[in-house]
Write a protein that binds this ligand. Structure first.
Ligand code: C2E
Ligand code: MG
Ligand code: MG
Length: 697
């Protein structure tokens, strides 16, 4: 080998050593570094200058191995033998440097140790790869929890998170998994679900829950939200702080949709898709809670009952009936605001919740709006269907319960119906108190009617021309053992509700007939009558006519004395059968009077169609202060009409002589009222019968 050749070779050798992937150091026999290659400086973090003259064992010692480990290596080297092994050293920055070390002694020809070569191969990457493999094996195990589950793996101290391919798939990210941060997940969570999710994570990481499970919504790349279920478990370090948090992610959107469909079906009406009664009650209860906190904003509950729906259903078929209900539902929705609720409570019953009202008048205005909306024709499969509704309105007050609100609205609606009117009625708290009192009175009334019997008082009907008593009206009186006199306006509807009205009615009738026979006999009056009030409900008794005839006959009254006072509500249901009964009554000599005329339908056609003998003009027209205004016109019209039909007009509630003058002026010949006498007990009637009341001032 020539000198030039050997120089070239050693240059090439040095260049090769400089560029190999291993870190190489050369030390003298004392172990002091005399040479390091470039890789060595990269790997250890020391510069060449820092390394020179220092011992590698002291520069790189990590403390990870016991002291005799190094002594062992040295012993081998001194004996001229090479050593190869696994070592964890420390870099200049203190981080650990796992590597394989291979140390070779360079000996002189005489066998003296001249130098030591150490070659170090970094294992960091290899270990990390192994670690990743192990982790991915764990993930694989987790994956077996469900092929459809996404996986996530979060290294907490480093905030390094791995999201699997399927995880990405659930939210529409087209990647085969990626490394990111916890934020990559949390930023997709629906704002309404985020704080709860954070809470659940913290609970588990802080050892307050044994495992983590959360259902929340994640934003898909298409902008929609998917429901997911995340489940996971934390791995903890020696101080039990969570270092790693691993789990699965399942797409539960379909399940949630199915659940919400089920709960929708449970809370909605299938035909109209409107919320049903149970959801309605829930919303009313929430509204009540709100009103308790802030009584300034009120709400109202409306009950709407369709009039004539049964006729549509029976006449045009269920199909048309169904379509009509759907049509009504849609129209109702246009009558309310977005925050309000329209609900179907029963077959043809709807409930409306109106919120954020400033006054009760707003509720009444909404009811009027609904009436108008319903009054327009529904065109259904070639049919022109007209419908109307009765609406009960209950306005909120903080003391109410849900039950009370619903009952109030219901009974307000019932009052519209019972009055035989269409339209709406607003029930106030006072009305509810009245009703509660009614229910307390119920039992006492039952005893009063069934055991003790009610008292009957009589009020004279007087000729406005002669001042003579022409007849009497019998009026029931009931004294509650504790509360005293209860007005008929209160106990009569209660008796109707409790099914006591028939019994009450016949009692009054028998008593009145019996007394009338006596008075006629005593006073030898030929032109005389006694009127008894009957409720519309009494006409539902198929034996009603028989019983009236019986009361008349057993008391020995001749025909033409007993009269019945009816209100127009009897024409609301089953008018045909009612007309037949009225004819039979007329035929046995019972006089029929239409009571409270002017407050109900006041339908002129009723007057023509029914065999009515006389009409009582409602007190409100007679006692109105403006007797020379509209009320007078009405009174005049009613009198003219009844005369034209051959009937008699009777004015109710006559209290002043001025009124008598006006009534006489319009041709009304009979009157009844406090001016002449309040209703009196049977023993005081004889005195009245011989009296002649003044009719002029
Ligand atoms: P109604 O048949 O219209 O009876 C007339 C009502 O007016 C009676 O009230 C009477 O006391 C009252 N009244 C008479 N004159 C005057 C007056 O000048 N001024 C004022 N402010 N009021 C006057 P009452 O006795 O309280 O009866 C109320 C209603 O109860 C009756 O109205 C009637 O519809 C019903 N009612 C009374 N008794 C019976 C009954 O035995 N059966 C049925 N079904 N209803 C009855
Ligand atoms: Mg009457
Ligand atoms: Mg009346």
């Amino acid at each position: 080998m020539r000198a030039g050749d050997s120089e070239a070779l050693s240059r090439r050798l040095v260049a090769a050593v400089e560029n190999v992937a291993e870190a190489i150091e050369l030390s003298d026999p004392e172990g002091k570094i005399v040479y390091v290659n470039r890789r060595w400086t990269e790997l250890t973090g020391y510069t060449e200058a820092e390394a020179m003259g220092r011992a590698a064992s002291e520069l790189l010692r990590s403390g990870g191995h016991p002291a005799d480990y190094y002594a062992q290596v040295e012993k081998e080297l001194r004996a001229g033998r090479a050593w190869r092994g696994y070592l964890v050293s420390a870099r200049k920055d203190g981080s650990l440097l796992p590597h394989t070390l291979s140390v070779t002694p360079l000996l002189s020809a005489g066998g003296e140790l001249e130098a030591i070569v150490a070659v170090r191969l970094d294992l960091t990457e290899e270990i990390a790869a192994k670690q990743r493999l192990r982790e991915s094996e764990e993930r694989y195990a987790l994956a077996s929890m469900g092929a459809n589950d996404g996986l996530w793996d979060w290294k907490i101290p480093e905030d390094e998170a791995y999201f699997s391919e399927r995880w990405c798939g659930i939210v529409g990210i087209d990647r085969q998994g990626f490394f990111g941060k916890a934020h990559d997940w949390l930023s997709l969570v629906h704002p309404d679900d985020l704080s709860r999710l954070r809470e659940l994570i913290d609970e588990h990481l802080d050892l307050r829950s044994p495992h983590f499970e959360s259902e929340h919504r994640l934003r898909h790349v298409d902008g929609s939200f998917r429901w997911v279920q995340a489940r996971g478990l934390a791995f903890r370090g020696p101080d039990s702080a969570a270092v790693r948090f691993v789990g699965s992610l399942t797409d539960i959107t379909q399940r949630k949709q199915a659940e919400s469909m089920l709960s929708f079906a449970a809370a909605h009406d299938g035909l109209t898709s409107l919320p049903n009664r149970s959801l309605f009650r829930e919303r009313v209860s929430q509204a009540l809670e709100r009103v308790k906190r802030n009584p300034v904003k009120r709400f109202a509950v409306l009950y709407l009952d369709l009039d004539g729906f049964k006729q549509v259903n029976d006449g045009l078929g269920h199909h048309v009936g169904d379509r009509l209900l759907v049509g009504v539902a849609r129209r109702l929705e246009t009558c309310v605001h977005a925050m309000d609720m329209v609900s179907r409570l029963g077959s043809d019953e709807f409930g409306l919740l109106l919120e954020e009202l400033d006054s009760n008048e707003e509720a009444a205005a909404a009811a009027a709006r609904i009436e108008r909306a319903l009054s327009m024709v529904f065109e259904i499969e070639g049919h022109h269907v007209f419908i109307s509704g009765s609406i009960g309105v209950a306005c909120s007050d903080a003391e109410s319960t849900v039950e009370q609100m619903l009952r109030d609205a219901d009974s307000a609606m019932y009052e519209v119906r019972a009055g035989g009117r269409r339209g709406h009625h607003v029930l106030d708290v006072a009305a509810r108190e009245r009703r509660e009192r009614r229910s307390r009175l119920g039992e006492a009334l039952r005893r009063g009617v069934e055991v003790e019997g009610l008292e009957v008082v009589y009020q004279p009907v007087v000729s406005l021309v002669t001042g003579q008593v022409r007849g009497l009206e019998a009026l029931a009186r009931w004294n509650h053992p504790v509360h005293g006199a209860v007005p008929p306006a209160e106990f009569v509807p209660l008796a109707e509700e409790l099914g006591l009205i028939d019994r009450l009615g016949y009692q009054v009738m028998r008593e009145a007939c019996h007394r009338a026979a006596q008075w006629i006999h005593e006073h030898s009056r030929d032109q005389f009558f006694v009127n008894v009030n009957v409720s519309a409900r009494q006409f539902r008794d198929p034996h009603f006519v028989e019983r009236v005839a019986e009361a008349q006959a057993t008391s020995g009254l001749r025909p033409g004395v007993l009269g019945l006072e009816l209100t127009e509500t009897i024409f609301v249901d089953r008018p045909e059968s009612v007309v037949a009964m009225l004819r039979e009554l007329r035929d046995i000599g019972v006089r029929l009077t239409l009571d409270d005329f002017g407050t109900g339908f006041s339908s002129l056609s009723h007057l023509r169609r029914f065999p009515v003998h006389s009409v009582k003009i409602d007190r409100s027209f007679v006692s109105a202060h403006d007797t020379d205004g509209i009320a007078l016109h009405i009174v005049r019209a009613i009198v003219a009409l009844t005369r034209a039909l051959g009937m008699v007009a009777v004015a109710e509630g006559v209290e002043t002589l001025d009124q008598v003058a006006i009534l006489r002026g319009v041709g009304c010949d009979l009157g009844q009222g406090w001016l002449f006498s309040k209703p009196v007990g049977a023993h005081d009637v004889s005195r009245l019968l011989s009296e002649r009341f003044p009719t002029q001032g």
